[in-house]
Design a binder for this molecule. Sequence first.
Ligand code: E4P
Length: 217
Amino acid sequence: MKFFVDTAEIDAIAELNELGMVDGVTTNPSLIKKSGRDILEVTKEICDLVAGPVSAEVTAVEADQMIAEGRKLAKIAENIAVKVPLTWDGLKACKVLTDEGTMVNVTLCFSANQALLAAKAGATFISPFIGRLDDIALDGMDLIEDIRVVYDNYGFETQILAASIRSVNHVLDCARIGADVMTAPPNVIKALASHPLTDKGLATFLDDIKAANIKIL
Ligand code: E4P
């Protein structure tokens, strides 16, 4: 499963990138707002840092404007994936931009039928939002499972980019189901390394190292 980082914070991306944990980056208008940066500037900086796809979201809601914005975003770098919302206009923009050779990430997906439409419109990525379904007492993971079945039934090449990931359990469940990509905030990716038994075991080893004066260097 590929790991994308869901942030527009350069330092956080760079830290994870050094460890080989970054296969791509996703941003959205809320993350751009949080960064306090200009969208074009910060997106260019991210594209220079990371080799994989970097999702940058359009601001328009009408297809023609989305296409114009998408073309401008695509000029930033070769690894831009233009992010469009899963609306009828977004699907139109998806078709035009993918036909032009631009990667498109169709976002705000909350049903398998929406994912089916995105695949038929040629989307490179479909972003089903797990956490936001959980927030309204539905099971976001059911959506990932349904999309996996539908895409596998028909051999669609659109990649399932599991989004709105809020916990380490979401990451494991996505990997079990076979999501192609998951995008998570840096703190969730870092939390994957934590286990209380690792901490407990290390504390014991450190006590024994001290007691036995074990030295290597
Ligand atoms: C990613 O592409 C999405 O924008 C993001 O994962 C949304 O996460 P949230 O529901 O926690 O805001």
